[in-house]
Design a protein around this ligand. Sequence first.
Ligand SMILES: C[S@@+](CC[C@H](N)C(=O)[O-])C[C@H]1O[C@@H](n2cnc3c(N)ncnc32)[C@H](O)[C@@H]1O
Length: 214
Amino acid sequence: MGFESKKIKEIYAGKVAETYDIHVAHFFKRVKKSTFSDSSMKNGDKVLVFCCGTGLDFPHILRKIGKEGEITGVDFSSEMLNKAKDKIRKNKWENIELIEADITKFKDKLDKKFDIGVCTLGISIIPDYKSAYYNLISYVKNEGEIIIGDMQLATGWQAHLNPLTISFSKKYGGTYEGHKNSLELCSMMKKELTDVRKKEFLFNSYYYCIGKTR
Ligand SMILES: C[S@@+](CC[C@H](N)C(=O)[O-])C[C@H]1O[C@@H](n2cnc3c(N)ncnc32)[C@H](O)[C@@H]1O
């Protein structure tokens, strides 16, 4: 069973938020860079970022959308959002709005549409990941882009590494079930979106999947 939302929120309060960037930023830098280079994101785009956390995706997105673009970041942890606010202040970024909310219940809350919807390292820790995914899609224009990046259950010979990757992600809410859900989500994207491409990293324990909305 996955952790409940309340438990996940507790995980991201306090120490995890304090040390998140130190422990995670370096590890995922290369895969994040690769994910956003493969995106069709362009100057001026409006980007919705679910589970934005401390904002590790923001520099990669800003590099592509420039000052004319806009980012709306949503996360339910005030501690993680405070770290994102620090980053925004230090870098003098002026085109980022942050919203504290549960993305599984974030339906019809904004009255605008986005060019791109992003969720990285979120789906695999959210028990109701399907609501999160469909809420993200609901905000993206037709022929816009959905970008999901996450841990997953590796298959084939790399499957024996799953206990190791799950124990690494446990501290952040990762579970066997969650890594399996994330694998499932990519299959859903392949059925429901167009031009879907998936790339795997870290012995197939991490992937990004990018597709276009219909
Ligand atoms: C592993 S961090 C990922 C942060 C960022 N996307 C990154 O790649 O560094 C997961 C984030 O998801 C957020 N989160 C988990 N469940 C959520 C939910 N139901 N609604 C909103 N945020 C959620 C947590 O608060 C945390 O900030």
